[in-house]
Design a protein around this ligand. Structure first.
Ligand code: PLP
Length: 482
């Protein structure tokens, strides 16, 4: 399996070449040359794998279709190390629960940081460590987080010998739970940089450091943002696991509703569907930041300026542009790299929009690709959290509530609906309190965590100071010592 760029770069690369990378050299995103097809017989075999051997083995078999430059037994061991019942507090790893007949929730938030990002990040930690070992190299992951991504990255990379994490976050702006989760980590390879500024300042710092190519190379700076192909690939697996739990036989179609921000999660659903998994509709659920809903309804993709990006009660979906969207548009345009480059290149940065409403392929969005969409507001969120609690005795988080709200708008008799649960309610206690008048119960270990000592560095929003901090914490010293 070789990988290409959505913007037409002529080179073809192996999985291991792109594993540690973000964007392709031409600014595009990586995709496989073609999606491996799962026919009816192969789907039936995968169902048996799921039933008899579970998530890690299912992951191994699906990943093997995309990764041919890691020996099989190594890939299998990596999947087994990542997807363990004790890490995800459930032997099924991604368990489905039924709210009522035909309406299901796929639990993707049982990993160490209680959000779905663990599903991919845990595997990434093991893959990175393996690859760095093979290359005898090391990596300084530099990131910016408003909460979920940073903690998932830190819990996946903690204690890994060839990796350090420098995670910037806006000082005093994460939820108390998110702060506790990140700042109580004492692993020497994890550095929390609490930046005096907002999330955009953190992101600007990461961009500035990454575009200093000399510094980047000298200090082995890398990222783990959601455009990384391995992250997307890992997410494909749970669409299969969810499908097998909701259906009894392989001719059955299901609908899936996905709380969406950067279009990473639902793009993995698109990949699963392209492989032949019987998904009828892929429903993109947004919050008030509805760039994606607008596109799927009108064909116009209109990026918002940072100032027009609203702070909502489902904060992990507060995005102004969807960084993985280019992958789907590339497929929608029959993989025409030149058109994709025109749409996403300088044009988009200049005008902030493109319009496919008159493009003949826009009608394929629903018919061929199964994409539908909807939007949910703060009031919808509260109402849906209440409804789930009263009607089904189920506690859901605000992001999952957006997914459930839009799912209910699309529910059809006879087609099972699967809503992806992207976080647990304890992470967003304030909104649960507002909806239900009580806080989600904290387990003993989580309430202990809230009181543990913390380790973080407060720094001004200054690129040079962040660089200095990285320079003062060289990783190769630690590597040669061990
Ligand atoms: C990251 C995140 C999302 C959005 O996922 P995308 O892949 O960016 O679309 C939704 N909900 C939660 C809780 C998240 O952490």
């Amino acid at each position: 399996m070789k990988y290409l760029s959505t913007r037409g770069d002529q080179s073809r690369r192996q999985f291991s070449d792109i594993l540690l990378e973000g964007l392709a050299p031409d600014g595009g995103l990586y995709l496989p040359e073609q999606y491996p097809r799962i026919d009816a017989a192969a789907l039936a075999r995968l169902r048996v794998t799921w039933n008899e051997l579970g998530y890690a083995e299912l992951a191994f078999q699906l990943l093997s279709l995309y990764i041919d430059d890691v020996p099989s037994e190594d890939l299998k061991a990596l999947c087994q190390a990542a997807y363990r019942a004790d890490v995800f507090s459930d032997p099924r790893i991604a368990p489905v629960r039924e709210l009522e007949s035909g309406l299901h929730v796929l639990g993707l938030s049982n990993g160490p940081t209680l959000a779905f990002k663990d599903m991919a990040m845990q595997l990434l930690g093991h893959l990175f460590e393996y690859e760095l070992e093979r290359k005898n190299d090391f990596l300084n992951v530099l990131g910016a987080t408003s909460g979920d991504t940073g903690s998932a990255a830190e819990y996946a990379m903690r204690g890994k010998s060839r990796i350090q994490v420098f995670m910037t976050s806006p000082h005093g702006r994460m939820s108390p739970f998110q702060q506790a989760q990140m700042f109580t980590l004492m692993d020497p390879n994890i550095h929390n940089l609490s930046v005096e500024g907002v999330f955009d300042d953190c992101q600007d710092i990461v961009k500035a450091v990454s575009s200093d190519l000399e510094f980047k190379r000298a200090h082995r700076i890398g990222t783990v943002n959601s455009i990384n192909w391995a992250r997307m690939l890992a997410q494909v697996v749970y669409y299969f696991a969810g499908y097998f739990q909701v259906t009894r036989q392989d001719a059955q179609y299901i609908d899936v509703s996905v709380p969406s921000g950067n279009f990473g999660n639902v793009c993995a659903g698109h990949v699963a569907r392209m492989m032949g998994l019987p998904i009828r509709r892929l429903i993109v659920a947004t919050n008030e930041n509805d760039v994606l809903d607008e596109f799927f309804k009108t064909g116009v993709y209109q990026v918002r300026e940072a100032a027009r990006t609203r702070e909502t009660s489902s904060p992990s979906m507060d995005i102004s542009k969807a960084s993985n969207f280019e992958r789907f548009i590339f497929d929608l345009l029959d993989r025409d790299a030149q058109s994709t480059r025109q749409l996403f290149g300088p044009e988009l940065s200049r005008t902030g929009r493109f319009d496919l409403s008159r493009h003949p392929n826009f009608s394929h969005v629903q018919q061929r690709y199964g994409f539908f969409s909807g939007r949910s507001t703060h009031a919808n969120r509260l109402e849906t959290i209440r409804m789930a609690h009263e009607k089904w005795k189920d506690l859901i988080d605000p992001h999952t509530a957006d997914g459930l709200k839009v799912a209910l708008d699309h529910l059809e008799q006879g087609v099972p609906m699967l809503v992806l649960e992207t976080a647990l309610p304890v992470k967003f206690a304030k909104t649960i309190q507002e909806a239900l008048d009580f806080s989600p119960p904290l387990s003993a270990s989580l309430s202990d965590m809230m009181n543990l000592p913390r380790r973080f560095q407060v720094l001004p929003a200054d690129v040079d100071l962040i660089k200095q901090f990285i320079v003062k914490h060289p990783l190769h010293v630690q590597v040669t010592k061990v």
